[in-house]
Write a new protein. Structure first.
Length: 294
């Protein structure tokens, strides 16, 4: 568990507002189907792919890219984990899930990352975006430039937290590429994607990724949900030195996404010959995108 400085309580108003926001945002298509992907982290070899190149709303798995761009800035020396960031009125106005800090509150990059990745705090994503990119638009441009360089050809970002917005789109394929890139490029910071819980005061908030601390070998990544996307999860696990990455998009519940990801990982670890999988899928980078609207 990672301890943080005392934080503000969530309010009943925030929870009510989240419910209203979900009800108001009707998906262009209902999340009645799932997109699934299972790959080897080291090689990128695709072990299973179903609807993996269909455009999908990322929701809060967007925050993997927010963390990636932020930590690349740290690695490049543009700021440090101890750099103080200030909560702006824009950050404070974000919809839940959020920490609820007042404008003017200062906190470190390290704490903001932990709050964003464990609690999925939308306000902390904006704090990081403004601290690194100067503004939401400036940081979104950095996210899109990074996506292009990584080969995420189906991804577009307009905000750093995944709240509903036109033009915020990705695919299971692209999320697999992003997760691989995080592990490859930022191994010294990968602990941010498998923190089991954070503590602020007497309150403990557990990671929304229910595989962490439960599924043997689980070591990442991030959950997401908006009405338009269904329940999303990028997950990773390592056994006997072999790391797999599973992507589940559009599950019917938080439990369902965790179970589906665990099933993918278990089958990937459990059968050496993988005869249950479709043959000749190649690597995640070579999955051919389809032209489909979300």
């Amino acid at each position: 568990m990672h301890a943080l400085r005392p934080l503000l309580r969530k309010s009943l108003f925030n929870l009510f507002a989240a419910s209203l926001a979900c009800a108001a945002w009707l998906a262009p298509r209902a999340a009645s189907a799932e997109a699934l992907l299972l790959i080897e982290a080291d090689s990128g070899k695709v072990l299973q792919a179903e609807n993996a190149t269909i455009p999908w709303y990322p929701a809060s798995v967007t925050k993997i890219m927010t963390a990636y761009v932020t930590l690349r800035a740290v690695k490049d020396g543009r700021l440090t984990l101890d750099t103080l960031l200030t909560v702006s009125p824009t950050a404070a106005s974000q919809s839940p899930s959020k920490m609820g800090f007042r404008p003017g509150t200062q906190l470190t990059v390290d704490n903001a990352l932990k709050m964003m990745m464990v609690k999925s705090a939308n306000d902390m994503a904006v704090v990081l975006a403004e601290g690194v990119g100067g503004s939401i638009d400036g940081f979104s441009a950095m996210m899109n430039d990074t996506a292009r360089k990584l080969g995420m050809t189906q991804t577009s970002y307009v905000n750093p937290n995944g709240l509903p917005a036109d033009g915020q789109i990705t695919s299971a394929r692209d999320l697999g590429i992003l997760a691989r890139s995080f592990l490859r490029d930022l191994p010294e910071y990968e602990y941010f994607v498998h923190i089991p819980a954070i503590r602020f005061g007497k309150r403990v908030t557990g990671n929304f990724n229910k595989l962490i601390g439960r599924y043997p070998g689980a070591d990442g990544f991030k959950t997401g949900f908006i009405c338009a996307s269904g329940y999303n999860l990028v997950a990773s696990a390592t056994r006997n030195g072999r790391r797999l990455i599973a992507v589940v998009l559009g599950a019917s519940s938080g439990t369902a996404r965790a179970v589906k990801a665990a099933q993918l990982l278990e089958r990937g670890f459990g059968q050496d010959n993988l005869t249950w999988l479709r043959p000749s899928l190649g690597t995640v980078d070579n999955l051919v995108p389809v032209d489909a609207s979300p």
